[in-house]
Write a protein that binds this ligand. Structure first.
Ligand code: HEM
Length: 159
């Protein structure tokens, strides 16, 4: 459980910035500036014409990897309670669904129901990653409390 608090918090922070960028994509109306899927017209090379959408997709790919890695760590952890495991599995499912839905949003030319579903699934994803993060920090705090309690119980070293 040493890495999980930082990993889950990092994932949450990247996801938060992705939701922010997504809102910006929507509000500025540049959702179709990169009309192809999965890559933009110039492949991996970004261009000024679609840089906001390019950043949205790049950060989405990073978020996807982070959410799945976090789930792998949670499932491997012996300390993770059932609720934490379920939250991280739902988060991994939601991130895969969200990336797929993002592609469909492009193919269907920003259909309003699909864009709304994209926002809603983003919220489900955020809640599940938040839950995983809260569990991770709670376990870290419990570990620390146990460590301090066991230190206090040890007899003082004889001089
Ligand atoms: C974890 C992955 C993703 C998350 C959390 C996410 C989140 C968001 C959010 C919160 C919005 C704003 C929605 C609104 O204001 O109604 C948005 C917009 C958008 N997203 Fe994503 N997104 C993800 C992946 C993707 C991917 C892979 C694509 C594919 C290209 C994509 C395409 C778009 C487009 C085109 C918009 C703008 C829709 C419009 O113009 O109204 N998203 N995203």
């Amino acid at each position: 459980m040493t890495l999980l608090p930082a990993l889950s918090f990092g994932t949450l922070a990247v996801l938060f910035s992705l939701i922010f960028i997504g809102g910006y994509v929507s509000a500025t109306g540049v959702g179709l500036s990169c009309p192809d899927w999965p890559l933009c017209p110039q492949g991996f090379v970004p261009a000024y014409d679609f840089y906001v959408e390019y950043i949205h997709r790049t950060v989405a790919a990073t978020t996807g990897a982070l959410v799945v890695i976090t789930m792998a760590f949670v499932l491997r952890s012996k300390q993770a309670p059932k609720g934490m495991k379920i939250a991280s599995i739902i988060a991994a499912g939601a991130v895969i669904g969200q990336i797929t839905l993002g592609a469909i949003v492009i193919v269907e030319r920003l259909h309003s129901i699909l864009v709304t579903a994209h926002l809603a699934l983003g919220l489900v994803l955020f809640s599940m990653v938040l839950m995983t993060t809260v569990y991770a920090w709670k376990i870290k705090a419990q570990d620390k409390a146990l460590e301090e309690a066991s230190k206090q119980q040890q007899p003082p070293a004889s001089s």
